[in-house]
Design a protein around this ligand. Structure first.
Ligand SMILES: [Zn+2]
Length: 218
């Protein structure tokens, strides 16, 4: 009951509005959610270091783009991650052939410390927590760290993105990833340079299978 009262009070103090149409009640209303077209399909994907990739939305849908950009830009609102996690979880619920991630661990892509401090939290980490709970698997936190400030990948030319993230990440504790299957979590996958760089480092440290999970793919 106290939780209900707390939520009620918070809703009055900080009402939520749909990012797209402005309807009060949530960050994404049911009508706008339907327009996002959550995918119920999965096609096997692989790149040099990523063994598969799951995503509920296409970044080509202008509404998706708007959603991600809004959520990326909004600081200090941790609740937004709940909406993004919900979209990913819905995708897995819609799939006919549900993947078995029981021998995986969730690892969120890290933010640079400065950015983390400014936002107060890491969106990927919040999504990762929800996914670890959903799949009932472990969350590996604070193991992969960002050691170099990078420019936002969306703001630079495609051919420069690889260079931008090279050497930007470091594994602090190899034992946590050695021989592990890993679900690597981020918000978007565009050219995939950031996730690829992280996957490479994790594999260099002995990680086995690496499956990416993002909210949207470009
Ligand atoms: Zn709406």
């Amino acid at each position: 009951m106290w939780i209900k009262i707390k939520c009620f009070v918070l809703d009055i103090l900080f009402p939520k509005f749909c990012f797209n149409c402005g309807a009060e009640g949530s960050y994404l209303c049911e009508d706008c959610q339907a327009m996002l077209e959550i995918s119920g399909f999965h096609r096997k994907y692989s790149s040099r270091n990523i063994d598969d990739l799951y995503f509920p939305l296409s970044y080509r849908n202008p509404l998706t783009k708007n959603l991600i950009q809004n959520f990326k830009g909004a600081p200090f609102v941790k609740d937004l991650a709940e909406t993004l996690s919900y979209l990913i979880i819905s995708h897995f619920q819609l799939l006919d052939n549900k993947p078995d991630f029981s021998d995986f661990a969730v690892l969120p892509l890290p933010l640079a410390r400065k950015r983390h401090k400014w936002r107060g939290f890491n969106q990927a980490e919040e999504i990762g927590k929800a996914l670890a709970q959903f799949f009932k698997i472990r969350l590996i936190s604070g193991c992969l760290v960002k050691i170099k400030e990078t420019l936002p990948q969306t703001e630079i030319a495609e051919e420069k993105r690889k260079e931008n993230v090279r050497g930007a990440f470091e594994v602090k504790n190899r034992n946590l990833v050695k021989n592990k299957n890993i679900l690597l979590v981020d918000d978007i996958y565009l050219t995939g340079s950031t996730m690829e760089e992280c996957a490479k480092i994790l594999k260099d440290c002995g990680a086995k299978e690496i499956v990416g999970i993002v909210v949207a793919r470009g």
